[in-house]
Design a protein around this ligand. Sequence first.
Ligand SMILES: NC(=O)c1ccc[n+]([C@@H]2O[C@H](COP(=O)([O-])OP(=O)(O)OC[C@H]3O[C@@H](n4cnc5c(N)ncnc54)[C@H](O)[C@@H]3O)[C@@H](O)[C@H]2O)c1
Length: 339
Amino acid sequence: MTRVLVTGGAGYIGTHTCVELLARGYEPVVVDNFVNSTPEAIRRVSRLTGRTLTWYEGDVRDTGKMAHLLGKHECRAVIHFAGLKAVGESTERPLDYYSVNTLGTHALASAMLDAGVHQLVFSSSATVYGEPVFLPYTESHPLQPTSPYGRSKQAAEMLLNDIAASGAMRDIAILRYFNPIGAHPSGLIGEDPNDVPNNLMPYVAQVAVGRRPFLNIWGNDYDTPDGTGVRDYLHVVDLARAHVLALDRFRHTHGPVTLNLGTGHGSSVLDVVKAFEEASGRRIPLRFEPRRAGDIAAFWADPSLAEETLGWKAENTLEDMCRDQWTWQSRNPLGYEAA
Ligand SMILES: NC(=O)c1ccc[n+]([C@@H]2O[C@H](COP(=O)([O-])OP(=O)(O)OC[C@H]3O[C@@H](n4cnc5c(N)ncnc54)[C@H](O)[C@@H]3O)[C@@H](O)[C@H]2O)c1
């Protein structure tokens, strides 16, 4: 059994990835400080998979603890999800974002080298690209992130590429996620932000169950087909699968790689709302607000390198994403809290 340390493994993408890891013969060891999650999420993964998960409360910036866990469990690889991810908040708390996202990656990489672990899959983001020079974004698109969040991820990427170039760590997969939404079809795990959701889909879902009165749409005068922002939404289970494939690849191919993970198609805010209304049978009241500073009108991925490199392709449609999001939210209207 190949053990993998999963930082931030109690979070949204982390829990879904633990399910896929277990299904493919890997054994996740989770470490999370629960700043945006709860141990109940890990218990749900156990319920869903019928397997007991090993987990620890800990901060990824604690190099000693990370090195200890890597050694204790003889981990062969790390998947590094732990991070702060709210673009707006990052402009108010840049120190925290650089501390967790950039210095946390530094601390973890140090722990890996101390423990002799040389395989890392890192959660990066499409926000590293910034204002599009061309679309779809390919991995060689210039990097001009427009927020401290994006820059904290870019800085972590630079650090990891330099470590790879030095020869100290051979196998690094930097995965640039577009916009993951949806949930595991079981309805047992899903996105459950501790605060007011920053992303569209959890907000829409919370409006649908009556936790919030309406959805604010920031800008309907963009140069897009219906005036609202366009993003490349992908199903979180498709995204989770890519992490397992990245680990599989390390078995036979070495060296660093940076890959976009998206569907290659953009959907507008109104497309998502309409698809969600159809999936849920609920109406989503809308309120149009002015554009938010720093928001980009439209972007989507060229995911062809991920297909070439990992044999990965997003399979689920927007309808699938909305159906599964609704299953999760309608069965867990208060998220994990009620449990
Ligand atoms: N969800 C998205 O839209 C998206 C898009 C692009 C990139 N990402 C990146 O993917 C990763 C996972 O995102 P997610 O959506 O699952 O977010 P999430 O907030 O659900 O998960 C992150 C997890 O990391 C934990 N964490 C935060 N700081 C920590 C620390 N210092 N030490 C240990 N644990 C810590 C949180 O408690 C949480 O469980 C993040 O790095 C995020 O930046 C997410």
